[in-house]
Write a protein that binds this ligand. Structure first.
Ligand SMILES: [Zn+2]
Ligand SMILES: [Zn+2]
Ligand SMILES: [Zn+2]
Length: 283
């Protein structure tokens, strides 16, 4: 299994739409990995995670043909993860010769896309997902886990198939107790864990709903302690805001890589190889 990051920013992108702060100025100047669009990812070539306002730009930039992808799981309803207006274009006469586009998410997503579902007249189908109840999309076994974030029913997703497994954890703070209990009980052997790093290099934050580098270290320790990760698990930090500390790509790599984290960038592809967790890590 592989995961490609299509967009790696928080709500306002980097550079932020209307901003001229130092991070935004420098990212405009340097370009490349310093430019981050809104959050979306692609598993292999056939499963989308989120459909944000930058989804169309991702298709153009990375050569993705959405007419050939039928499934999308949505984490939550913030605009940097879900842009319902675009889904109206699944209506007849705006698309030809494609099957149904299936969208999966919580009841919040169902409410957010009810208009497009009606307009698309059978070409857009919503599937409500309940937390901690695995479901199947093709060869993928997917489980929504509860996130700690500012919408009514936000999810992070556990995605597994015969070749690998990953935990896509955006947007969330340190995981809710129910989610940690589930992971402890089920013990998926995760090849890749993608953690929210909206606030960059801070040790801690005075609010809840996102993480920073200090919280990422604590989250990694918690996941190792509960037996779903070990020293070989790849931890990616992703979903950056220009308001975070030292979030410029080069600056942040210099801080996070020595701690063993991979720093995401738009277009990055990583393997999520399933592996046995070493017994000394599995408590
Ligand atoms: Zn977000
Ligand atoms: Zn800025
Ligand atoms: Zn959010």
């Amino acid at each position: 299994m592989k995961l490609q990051y299509l967009g790696t920013a928080a709500a306002e992108a980097i550079p932020a739409v209307f901003c001229n702060c130092e991070v935004c100025r420098k990212s405009r100047e340097l370009g490349g990995r310093h430019l981050r669009t809104r959050s979306q990812a692609l598993v292999n070539d056939d499963l989308l995670i989120d459909f944000p306002c930058d989804a169309y730009a991702h298709a153009l930039r990375f050569g993705i043909d959405y007419s050939k992808i039928d499934h999308c799981i949505i984490t939550h309803t913030h605009g940097d993860h879900l842009f319902p207006w675009e889904l109206n274009h699944l209506k007849p006469h705006n698309q030809y010769e494609r099957g149904v586009f299936h969208v999966f998410g919580s009841e919040d997503v169902e409410a957010a896309i009810s208009g497009p579902v009606a307009n698309a007249k059978g070409f857009l189908q919503f599937h409500r997902v309940e937390p901690f109840e695995p479901f199947q999309i093709g060869s993928y076994r997917i489980t929504a886990l509860k996130a700690a974030h500012g919408t009514a029913h936000p999810y992070i997703y556990l995605i597994e198939d015969e070749t690998g497994s990953l935990l896509y954890a955006h947007d969330t703070d340190l995981f809710p107790e129910e989610t940690m209990e589930y992971l402890k009980r089920v013990k998926p052997a995760l090849g890749l864990i993608s953690l929210d790093c909206t606030e960059g290099a801070h040790e801690d934050l005075n609010y809840h709903g996102h993480m920073c580098l200090g919280r990422n270290v604590r989250c990694r320790n918690d996941l190792i302690d509960c037996g779903v990760a070990d020293e070989n698990t790849v931890f990616v930090l992703n979903h950056f805001s220009h308001n975070g500390l030292s979030v410029g790509y080069d600056d942040f790599c210099a801080l996070a890589e020595p701690l063993g984290f991979v720093v995401s960038y738009d277009g990055m592809t990583v393997d999520c190889i399933a592996k046995e967790i070493a017994p000394e890590f599995s408590k």
